[in-house]
Design a protein around this ligand. Structure first.
Ligand code: NDP
Length: 328
């Protein structure tokens, strides 16, 4: 079977090779999946880097933190040969072999049956990034967000999480303001449904005043750092921010005043160990709330061979939308 394998050199640095490996090398698991598509997330960029981004512990390693395909064999009664499945998270592709190969062997607990209406290609156009965007939308709604409350801010909007978040929110009736550091992506973001485009520099500044004008009814933040700290002071009374990512840094130089005086909520979003029932709920919502035509417009197709370069690009914020990798 063909796979992208990270092999460690004598200098301790890992490099990618596209090679044929014996299926017997696959790790233990209950279900073997014929992978059709995988994708590229920020974490994949880290796993493809020479030091494995602190995520990869053992080499040789097959990265790919998510994949979709067809069950080939299953020792678990929940799955049978021919079932279409998707996997995201559970540290697959990080400390376990992942989706950058024609086959993957995993625990049945980690798989979700694909909902009707979503193909394996669609599922990977969504990928971990889009699935996480859906979890963030659900968390905001669970905390009272409705379209009549006002505009919703999406940061890192031209990236994977941001693109899908923008498309979903616009489709279900929200007025979306998209923050991007790439003004040339304004037309793309408008085509996804963003109503307003905000330049990153306008908002990516250290907090000067803990409270600013109440502007946003909700926010999906893929950036963190100074930007998230500043946004907290711009939220409307009782509004929530879903903290998804750290593309701008893991620090949070914020004031607690927005929490205390405006009842603002900061909601953490974790896609990796999300319980299965909520995963099923999120994938079902993806199938109904993400317009497939817009999803297809944000896809950049790729092969295993292109992944090392694309991995380096995503770490520099250079990828637009979603990369879908045909592993075969
Ligand atoms: P992408 O690289 O596709 O998108 C990130 C976007 O953030 C970029 O496109 C860019 O958007 C913006 N950005 C990049 N660098 C900076 C910077 N220095 N300052 C401000 N903005 C910046 O990554 P993903 O969308 O796949 O992931 C986004 C984040 O979410 C990552 O940190 C990732 O690790 C995290 N994540 C978390 C998950 C979870 O379970 N919590 C799951 C999936 C992802 P633009 O050009 O529009 O400004």
């Amino acid at each position: 079977m063909r796979a992208l394998v990270m092999e460690q050199g004598e200098d301790g640095l890992a490099a990618a090779q596209i090679t044929d490996i014996d299926e017997a090398m696959l790790p233990e698991g209950d279900v073997t999946v014929a992978v059709e598509y995988s994708t590229l997330n920020y974490k994949d960029g880290l796993c493809l880097s020479p030091k494995g981004g602190g995520l990869v512990r053992n080499y040789p390693h097959v990265p790919g933190i998510d994949f979709a395909g067809t069950v080939e064999t299953s020792d678990d009664p929940r799955f049978a040969a021919g079932d279409k499945v998707v996997l995201t998270g559970w540290r697959v592709g990080e400390n376990r072999w992942g989706g950058y190969a024609e086959k993957a062997r995993v625990k049945a607990d980690w798989l979700v049956p694909l909902p009707d209406g979503l193909s394996p290609h669609d599922a990977m156009a969504v990928g971990t990034a889009g699935f996480t965007a859906m979890l963030a939308v659900m968390a905001l709604e669970d905390h009272g967000l409705t379209p009549d409350k006002g505009p919703v801010l999406v940061t890192g909007a031209a990236g994977g999480v941001g693109s899908v978040a923008t498309a979903i929110l616009a489709h279900i009736g929200y007025d979306v303001a998209a923050v991007t550091g790439r003004p040339e992506q304004a037309d793309y973001l408008k085509s996804l449904g963003a109503k307003t485009i905000i330049a990153r520099d306008e908002i990516n500044e250290t907090v000067k005043r803990p409270l600013e004008t109440e502007t946003w009814a909700g926010c999906i933040d893929a950036v963190g750092g100074d930007m998230l700290a500043r946004i907290l002071g711009q939220m409307k009374y009782g509004a929530s921010v879903a903290a998804v990512g750290l593309a701008g840094g893991a620090h949070l130089p914020a004031s607690v005043v927005p929490f205390l005086l405006r009842g603002v909520n900061l909601l953490g979003i974790d896609s990796v160990t999300q319980p299965t029932e909520n995963r099923k709920r999120a994938w079902a919502r993806v199938a109904t709330d993400l317009p497939l035509a817009k999803l297809h417009d944000m896809v950049h197709p790729a092969t295993l061979t292109e992944l090392p370069d694309l991995g380096a690009a995503i770490l520099k914020g250079g990828i637009k939308g979603r990369v879908v990798v045909d592993v075969n």
